[in-house]
Design a protein around this ligand. Structure first.
Ligand SMILES: [Zn+2]
Ligand SMILES: [Zn+2]
Length: 363
């Protein structure tokens, strides 16, 4: 029996975590060295000698494969990124210092600018790969909408604008056709028949539907208000008798939230399933599940939400900025604290699984 067979599950997990973390860090550090290795080799090759060949390697690819088990694609990616980051010194520094993984840097490279590089680095250090992907997608979406708006308003003139405008118009038409088809598929034969009949009778279908939809919205808002007030009232009476706070979100609250937001993430244009209920007012402090301050979010947007406007959220920067010794913590400690704070916040204060205990049907 080897020593690992005697380990408890927890001990085995911690041992794996320890070495896994060390392996990832070593990989990042090695990746950061590659651009310099490649540069030196290229320099010596230009005068007929190869630095790497002298050491017994045919080139940077074999060097990285034999020393760190890196594939050709991974090495190419690192070298490409380093070239791309020539105009973005802060990002380049993160790559060569091995502070941020190549995968995360590759994601943010497509939206990075000299102005936003620092913010992106900060996010890359504390967010998961999935949240970074989502953040990049959001930035691109905002940029596309902005360009569309500008070309529609004709803010900038010239051939390029006309071209962009035409492209946008074609894209919009495509999207409209897609939406129309989607709508036809959603409507049941019975509803279609009724709508056609109403239209043939000369009724304004759009007006009828809008009225119904507005009424629906008003009903939801009214119910939300009622449930919210009820929740607040119950919470205050519990506080009066010193009753502990219940972390369980009442069924009626979950129901009304689903009625308002549906089953997907409440972030604009995100169609991922809503998996967490986020408290806009920190639960640990406000201790209530008023539906008016709850937002269903996908995992990635929930993670992102906790990195925005940090002051209004549960992980206070005050804790991060000072250490027990009173000294300013190192950059590394700062990153770790921030990452842990994000994790703790999620596990303790806000991460209420949407799927768990949810009564609404079809979830
Ligand atoms: Zn949250
Ligand atoms: Zn989302």
């Amino acid at each position: 029996m080897n020593k690992f067979q005697k380990y408890s599950d927890k001990e085995l997990y911690l041992e794996c975590k320890k070495w896994g973390t060390a392996a990832l860090e070593a990989r990042r550090r090695f990746a950061g060295l590659l651009p310099e290795v490649y540069r030196r080799d290229q320099l010596t090759r230009s005068i007929g000698k190869s630095w790497l060949r002298r050491k017994g390697y045919s080139g940077a690819f074999e060097f990285a494969a034999r020393l760190a088990g890196m594939s050709r694609d991974q090495v190419s990616r690192i070298l490409q990124l380093e070239r791309k980051f020539e105009a973005l010194p802060k990002l380049r520094n993160e790559l060569v210092e091995g502070e941020v993984s190549v995968n995360k840097l590759a994601r943010i490279a497509s939206v990075a600018t000299i102005e936003n590089q620092e913010v992106l680095i900060e996010k890359a250090k504390i967010l998961s790969q999935r949240a970074i992907e989502m953040h990049v997608r959001d930035i691109k979406r905002i940029e596309i909408s902005r360009t569309k708006l500008e070309s529609q308003k004709g803010l900038s003139k010239g051939e390029k604008t006309v071209h962009v405008h035409e492209n946008n118009k074609a894209q919009q038409q495509k999207e409209e056709v897609k939406d129309n088809l989607k709508l036809l598929q959603i409507l049941s034969p019975k509803v279609k028949k009724l709508l056609i009949k109403l239209s043939e009778q000369g009724h304004d279908i759009n007006e009828i539907l809008l009225k119904l939809l507005n009424q629906r919205e008003e009903d939801i808002e009214e119910n939300m208000q009622k449930i919210g007030e009820q929740v607040q009232k119950e919470q205050s009476s519990k506080e009066l008798i010193g009753f502990p706070t219940n972390r369980y979100v009442p069924v009626e609250v979950k129901r009304i939230i689903e009625e308002k937001y549906g089953k997907t993430c409440s972030k604009e244009e995100c169609n991922r399933p809503a998996e967490h209920l986020h408290h806009e007012k920190e639960f640990a402090k406000w201790k209530n599940h008023d539906p008016r301050i709850l937002r269903p979010l996908c995992k990635a947007h929930h993670e992102l939400r906790h990195t925005q406007n940090r002051r209004s959220f549960d992980f206070a920067p005050i804790k991060i900025a000072t250490s027990s010794s009173g000294k300013r913590p190192s950059q590394k400690t700062l990153q770790l604290t921030m990452a842990n704070a994000t994790k703790n916040t999620h596990s303790k204060n806000c991460q209420i699984k949407w799927k768990r205990n949810v009564v609404p049907k079809n979830i």
